[in-house]
Write a protein that binds this ligand. Structure first.
Ligand code: BG6
Length: 492
């Protein structure tokens, strides 16, 4: 391990994300030696906390992460708190003084990680002040890490981006999409470009369709306020789904470096057909959960902070078409929803039938079944290849066999969590697993048409709810595939 020198300045240091994700991840990096003596954190938020109080909060956030009291105390001693109003210039002057003092004390040599773990409405203000009040150093690296949402449509995303790029250039901006930190998502390029069998078959000659399911069993929980401004399209599709689709469909990058990968991802995103408003209904389905059959789970409209006639979607399913030589004619089906049967994130690559079935044995369509490569992201980490084999016994019948590999619970437990990996990448300046502005922009172009078409037609409030909690979403989601002669492979 090489130790990195860095001062983290976390805006939103008292928040939920900081406590749940950032402090545990930073601790892991500290424990593993990626961060050590030359490291400090300034947490800021409006509340008037003392350093001691803040260190206690940090320590408490590590319950369940480590038992090593000495290590935890050592780690927490690197944390400092600064009460801060993001709109007040004077506060940046105080903050700069503390930052410079800590830089000297810990010999950090000017490296700064500005982490904006708060509402994006302040991103522009913060970035501007970081520049004008000279918190951005001249001698070290300066990186801005930001969390979604990156706007709520293309226009607002562009405005946000313009605001931060006044101070930070694209190479200094690390946009977090935590799906890109997941082990099995990072496996996609390995599977695709590290194997001749997948590399050669990964096109419309051999692949029939691609399916991506991001299913959740939980509802909106206590995040109703946010979710009412978002919905599944903005919460899951515009970011996570579009990122994963780009990894699944991009051409092979020349080299495994951010610049080349981003080039290919962007080309892939640009090839995704932007629907015309009149095409939306035939290609995209929206849903909102009702209560469950037993009535023990609340309908979305009955959750806290949700309008009783809310038209926000908690489920989406869609058919994406990709207009390039590799993918022309291959539908990419995507879906995501809350309160579905179970938590499961999975990719299914469905291959074409063999041209001729010489065995006579067949499924109802006179074909041997299609081969399927399944990559399960969560909760299991699994590769499965479903192929046709001979059924054991007399005569000659075929059946399906699963070639299965699942990471063991021990392996999983020792795998770094997404945030830990992404933080280390950002520290090392590796941008592979962060979203480039151009990708974000393209993804909005695809999403905007769908969102506009839906929300311009919100007069009839009776269309929702349209699926039961504990189901796999509205009927129309299954129909999207059966209309094409396909079906969802993952069908719990
Ligand atoms: C977040 C969304 O980005 O992803 C949440 O805001 C969602 O609504 C979560 O629950 C799902 O992430 P994961 O890692 O649990 O699949």
């Amino acid at each position: 391990e090489t130790q990195q020198k860095a001062l983290f300045i976390i805006f939103g240091g008292t928040g939920d994300l900081a406590k749940r994700k950032l402090y545990p991840s930073l601790f892991k990096l500290f424990e593993k030696g990626f961060l050590n003596e030359n490291f400090a954190v300034i947490g800021t938020a409006r509340r008037p906390w003392t350093d001691d109080f803040y260190r206690n909060v940090v320590t408490e956030s590590l319950a369940g992460v480590s038992e090593d009291k000495t290590k935890i105390a050592d780690f927490a001693s690197h944390f400092y708190y600064q009460s801060h109003d993001v709109t007040d210039v004077a506060h940046y002057i105080t903050l700069k003084k503390l930052a410079d003092d800590l830089d000297a004390k810990y010999q950090i040599e000017g490296n700064r990680m500005f982490y904006l773990a708060m509402s994006p409405q302040f991103f522009g203000t913060i970035a501007t002040h970081l520049g004008s009040q000279n918190l951005v150093t001249k001698n070290g690296f300066n990186r801005l890490i930001i969390e979604k949402p990156f706007g709520r449509d293309f226009e607002s995303a562009k405005k946000l981006n313009d605001e931060i790029t006044n101070t930070f250039d694209e190479s200094q901006i690390f946009r977090i999409d935590h799906y890109l930190g997941k082990e099995m998502i990072q496996n996609i390029p390995a599977i695709r470009f590290g194997n001749i069998i997948t590399q050669t078959l990964w096109n419309n000659k051999y692949i029939d369709n691609i399916q991506l399911t991001l299913s959740e069993s939980l509802g909106v929980e206590e995040r109703g306020g946010y979710y009412e401004t978002s919905g599944a399209m903005r919460d899951m599709f515009q970011n996570h789904i579009m990122q994963v689709v780009s990894l699944l469909t991009m051409d092979m990058p020349k080299e495994f470096v951010a610049s080349e990968i981003r080039k290919e991802k962007l080309k892939a995103l640009e090839a995704i057909r932007v629907l015309k408003p009149e095409e939306v209904d035939a290609n995209f389905v929206r849903g909102q959960y009702g209560a469950n059959e037993a009535g023990t789970e609340k309908a979305y409209r009955d959750e806290e902070q949700i309008a009783p006639d809310s038209m926000m979607e908690t489920f989406i399913a869609g058919r994406l078409m990709i207009d390039n030589e590799r993918w022309s004619g291959v539908p990419v089906y995507v879906r995501s929803g809350k309160r579905l049967v179970e938590k499961n994130t999975e990719i299914n690559i469905v291959f074409k039938n063999v041209e001729k079935n010489i065995f006579g044995t067949s499924d109802e369509h006179e074909h041997l079944g299609k081969d399927v490569l399944t990559i399960t992201i969560e909760p299991d980490e699994r590769f499965r290849l479903t192929i046709n084999t001979k059924e054991i016994g007399q005569g000659f019948n075929t059946n399906k066999t699963n070639l299965d590999y699942v990471n063991s619970p021990e392996t999983k437990a020792n795998t770094p969590e997404a945030y830990e990996k992404l933080l280390l990448d950002a520290l090392n300046g590796i941008a592979i697993n962060f979203a480039h502005w151009n990708e974000v922009a393209k993804a909005w172009n695809v999403a905007d048409v769908i969102l506009n078409s839906w929300h311009n037609n919100d007069d009839d409030k009776t269309v929702f709810p349209n699926y039961l909690s504990g189901s796999m979403g509205p009927e129309a989601s299954a129909k999207l595939l059966t209309d094409d002669g396909n079906y969802w492979i993952y069908n719990p």
